[in-house]
Design a protein around this ligand. Structure first.
Ligand SMILES: Cc1ncc(COP(=O)(O)O)c(C=O)c1O
Length: 399
């Protein structure tokens, strides 16, 4: 019997997924139920006290959520996974599990706007100290360590300026100081990087993006050790109530089966688009890890298996220039979010990063004219033609 060494696409399709045990239906069902019928009171006691595996109530877990958690655990080389109602539910529930009043958190000074706002406004309200540093610089992480540091949190590549953090180096610093490393790997997905293999303790995702992949759901994922995920699920997720709905879990399971196919095209298209933009006279700067001009191109080659579908760029003429591009694209939609099969463009300062003040944004290079582009899987030449037409308008406006 041949030993199967399952590769990415095979795992994405098969891991965690099996035919319906009751009917043999090829594709597992969506378990639309809020509660589960117990055999008797003894059974109810065993399940609710954790002596026996099983389901008792939808907010604690559901078989469709289990299938998604198992698939993601396999894709991330983790022991267990959990699926949440949004990426933010995954992030906030994980941080509330790891931190308590009096603890210290080190996080990137560029992270998704709501993550940044949660740390700056909510965690501090509960007596958790937060230090934001440039996590692309290991010395800054090291320099921020305090005796009460419990978590180092990095987003890599980060939203929206595509800065990378060295996952292995960050894990070493965290672990040498008794802290844990949490990585938001939303932009990379498990197709391009596996933070747990590089020493991270937990990986979180907004499944709303590439994992779902079709722009039709909101969801989140956390993967880590069996013990960590058990602690996140019960009591934290159970009390905060951020479990995913079975419908959304099922759509993410379906999306994951083609993650590898989609990511390959996202990466190929984004490389062509980034090279086109970098050469364009109306574009000042392109932020894309696949370009040799990206300051961490070498790190990207080392820690990722490709460069992804996300980029930002500064258009000549500042806000007027950026606005003209966003208002003149036709195939690409002006919408926040990312990672969908169709290309999306947005103004980071007023959309995804609006929770940061202008001062906070400019300090880290999120300038008013900056445009973020999620390159879809349409034909690259059509995406480029759409941008080309919009950039002609910039020339008319700013001369
Ligand atoms: C990098 C990153 N992490 C987390 C989130 C939050 O995810 P969600 O919108 O699914 O709550 C986002 C959303 O844009 C994101 O870009």
């Amino acid at each position: 019997m041949k030993n199967f060494d399952l590769k990415f696409n095979s795992k994405a399709i098969h891991a965690g997924s099996k035919p319906c045990p009751a009917t043999g239906a090829h594709i597992g069902p969506i378990y639309l139920t809020s509660t589960f019928v117990m055999e008797n009171v003894e059974h109810a006691i065993r399940v609710s006290q954790g002596e026996e595996e099983g389901y008792s109530y939808g907010r604690y877990g559901n078989p469709t959520e289990t299938e998604l958690g198992e698939k993601m655990a396999v894709l991330e080389n983790g022991e267990k996974g959990i699926a949440t109602a949004s990426g933010m539910a995954a992030i906030t529930t994980t941080l509330m599990t790891f931190l308590k009043s009096g603890d210290h958190l080190i996080a990137g000074d560029v992270t998704y706007g709501c993550t940044y706002g949660f740390m700056r406004d909510i965690l501090t309200k509960y007596g958790i100290e937060v230090t934001f540093v440039d996590t692309s610089d290991l010395e800054q992480i090291k320099g921020a360590i305090k005796p009460n540091t419990k978590v180092v949190y990095i987003e890599t590549p980060c939203n929206p300026v595509l800065r990378l953090a060295d996952i292995k180096g960050s894990a070493e610093i965290a672990h040498n100081n008794g802290a844990s490393l949490i990585v938001d790997s939303t932009f990379a997905t498990p197709y391009l990087q596996n933070p747990l293999d590089l020493g991270a303790d937990v990986v979180v995702h907004s499944a709303t993006k590439y994992l779902g992949g079709h722009g039709d759901i909101v969801g989140g994922i956390v993967v880590g050790s069996k013990e960590t995920i058990a602690e996140i699920r019960d009591p934290h997720l159970k009390f905060f109530g951020g479990i995913i709905s079975p419908n959304d879990a099922w759509l993410i399971i379906r999306g994951l089966k083609t993650l590898g196919l989609r990511m390959k095209t996202h990466c190929e298209n984004a490389q062509l688009v980034a090279e086109y933009l970098e050469d364009h006279p109306m574009v000042e700067k392109v932020y894309y890890p696949g370009l040799p001009s990206h300051p961490q191109h070498e790190l990207a080659k080392k820690q990722m298996r490709g460069f992804g579908g996300m980029m930002s760029f500064d258009v000549k003429g500042g806000f007027e220039g950026g606005k003209t591009v966003m208002n003149n694209v036709k195939l690409i939609s002006l919408a926040t979010s990312l990672g969908s099969i169709d290309s999306l463009i947005q103004h980071s300062p007023s959309m995804s990063h609006f929770t940061m003040s202008k001062e906070e944004r400019e300090k880290v290079g999120i300038m008013d004219g900056q445009v973020r582009l999620s390159v879809g899987v349409e034909e690259a030449e059509n995406i480029i033609a759409d941008l080309d037409n919009a950039l002609i308008e910039v020339k008319k406006v700013i001369g």
